[in-house]
Design a protein around this ligand. Structure first.
Ligand SMILES: Cc1cc2nc3c(=O)[nH]c(=O)nc-3n(C[C@H](O)[C@H](O)[C@H](O)COP(=O)(O)OP(=O)(O)OC[C@H]3O[C@@H](n4cnc5c(N)ncnc54)[C@H](O)[C@@H]3O)c2cc1C
Length: 488
């Protein structure tokens, strides 16, 4: 049986960033993910903000990894070609009382070495953000945005082309350590490895409890979002945040422009019992919309095209204010088990810095040797981002580039085929959506789903009954109605 040097449990942004950094060394690595693709958990359902580091207490791991991660992501975006925009953010005060809080945030940010902070009066803010109603604002120019799933996917794909093995639809059921090896029992097979990295996000406690009685709890906290039609992208240029909600240990309902031009409103903060309860609720949708209206009075209700939610992995209980620092540590009882616990926001931002920290921890166990050859796979530009000449050249070579199958997002048939030919081998409606945006526009798949199905059938020989939304078992169709009638 093949024995891996390192098994990473979880293909979220943390597991994928670690896999990417470790793939630079001569190691046998496996990532085990229970869903059908990377970025299937919290890493796909967040604000996509690359935070500056103004919020976390000085000296905390959150502050350190966030400030480092902010810089690392900018370098990574240049190397790997994923989308990144330094749009900056305003934390706004709506009253004079709130304005006092801005000064505290300013001081906190300075202590964390966040550069470029300035307090602006509303007249200055309105030059840039004419729609926003406020008294004063803290300008944070180093805050940026990414597409969180695109960032995670490109990290994982680069790890894969540098020989990291990804195992999807595989749930880690139990792990035991015998002598020098971990024996990982999964839903499909058994895997042996010298070290285990627990990057299981909301399930991190379950992994710890396979070895010892955990000395912590996870307090899942759901955040719901509204997604606005791109037509309203002009409403804000930068991110607009309220004064953070200290009672819940979250940043509050903010407005975030996305890379693709939609605006996100959210997230709410609701402590829940079940880490899988990702429902969106009418009550919360109304609250989100009303909060956004206070900042942007001209926002029309029909601007909303979709909603979603993500769940925070909190180590801090609501009774204690919800804040707790990250815990990234080797197990006290089981040598070689590295636990990454409570990676809530700014976890997306911190991922590359956490990954480098993990490499250091691994070097205490394994003599790390850099590979002579490390390959780079860059994210290709979307068809709609190319010049007319570039688009024409592609269409001349292959007419599938000229067939637009998602009208809202201008996605061509060739892009869907490329998305389905991804190196990670993930083939589902979601894997198309998160790689080329088909189905993410105003009609939310109303037009393009039939084309995605046709492409899966014709180009990839899928039987319609085997087409999945995302993971194993999430089948979308029970058969064809016409064939069914015909058979009768
Ligand atoms: C509402 C919200 C907004 C946020 N906004 C931001 C933001 O703007 N900026 C920012 O920096 N951070 C933000 N965050 C935080 C950020 O999204 C997370 O910190 C980050 O995504 C955590 O990544 P992860 O890899 O630890 O978890 P996940 O992405 O959840 O990955 C864990 C993976 O482990 C897998 N897994 C679990 N158990 C098992 C098992 N037994 N076997 C196999 N696989 C398993 C899961 O399927 C999952 O894919 C936000 C979070 C939320 C909820």
């Amino acid at each position: 049986m093949r024995i891996f040097d390192i098994a990473i449990i979880g293909g979220g942004v943390i597991g994928s960033a670690i896999a990417y950094e470790l793939s630079k060394f001569r190691l046998d690595i496996i990532v085990i993910e229970k869903e059908g693709d990377v970025a299937s958990g919290t890493s796909k359902a967040n604000s996509g903000v690359i935070h500056s580091g103004i919020n976390s207490p000085p000296g905390s791991q959150k502050a350190k990894f966030c400030v480092e991660g902010n810089q690392l992501i900018q370098q990574l975006a240049k190397t790997l070609g994923f989308s990144y925009k330094k749009v900056g953010k305003y934390v706004i005060a709506k009253t004079q009382n709130e304005a006092k809080e801005l000064k505290n945030l300013f001081k906190n940010g300075k202590k964390n070495n966040v550069v470029g902070l300035e307090i602006h009066q509303s007249s200055i803010i309105n030059n840039k953000e004419p729609q926003v109603v406020c008294e004063e604002g803290l300008w944070v120019p180093s805050a940026g945005i990414v597409l969180p799933y695109e960032f995670t996917i490109i990290l994982a794909e680069n790890a894969l082309i540098n020989n990291v093995y990804f195992l999807f639809n595989t749930f880690v059921k139990n792990i035991k350590k015998n002598h020098d090896y971990f024996h990982i029992e999964t839903s499909s097979n058994s895997i042996q490895s010298k070290l285990v990295i627990n990057a299981a996000g909301l399930n991190c406690r379950e992994i710890v409890s396979m070895f010892e009685k955990p000395d912590f709890q996870i307090y899942p906290c759901r955040g719901e979002y509204l997604v606005l039609d791109k037509k309203y992208s002009h409403l804000i240029q930068s991110m607009i945040y309220p004064i953070p909600d200290k009672e819940k240990g979250v940043l509050g309902i903010h407005l975030t422009p996305t890379i693709e031009g939609n605006i996100l409103i959210g997230p709410s903060a609701e402590y829940i019992d079940d880490t899988t309860d990702k429902r969106t609720t009418k009550k919360m949708m109304n609250i989100l919309f009303d909060e956004a209206k206070i900042i942007l009075p001209d926002l029309p209700r029909n601007a909303v095209i979709n909603c979603f939610s993500g769940i925070r992995c909190k180590l801090g209980s609501p009774n204690e204010g919800g804040w707790a620092d990250y815990r990234i540590e080797e197990s006290r009882t089981t040598k070689g088990l590295i636990n990454i616990l409570g990676i809530e926001s700014p976890g997306l931002t911190s991922a590359p810095a956490i990954a480098l920290h993990i490499v250091k921890m691994i070097s205490n166990h394994i003599d790390l040797q850099r590979k002579q050859e490390f390959k780079i796979l860059r994210k290709e530009k979307r068809f709609s981002e190319l010049s007319l000449k570039e688009r024409n050249n592609l269409i001349v070579k292959n007419p599938q580039w000229g067939r637009i199958i998602c009208r809202c997002e201008h996605v061509s048939e060739a892009e869907v085929i490329n998305a389905l030919s991804n190196p990670l081998g993930s083939q589902s409606i979601s894997s198309i959506k998160y790689r080329c945006r088909a189905g993410m526009g105003r009609c939310q798949g109303g037009f393009c789903l039939q084309h995605m199905v046709r492409i899966l059938e014709n180009e990839f020989n899928y039987d319609i009954k085997d087409i999945k939304l995302n993971k194993e078992g999430s089948y979308l169709f029970s058969g064809r109605t016409r064939e069914h009638v015909h058979e009768k």
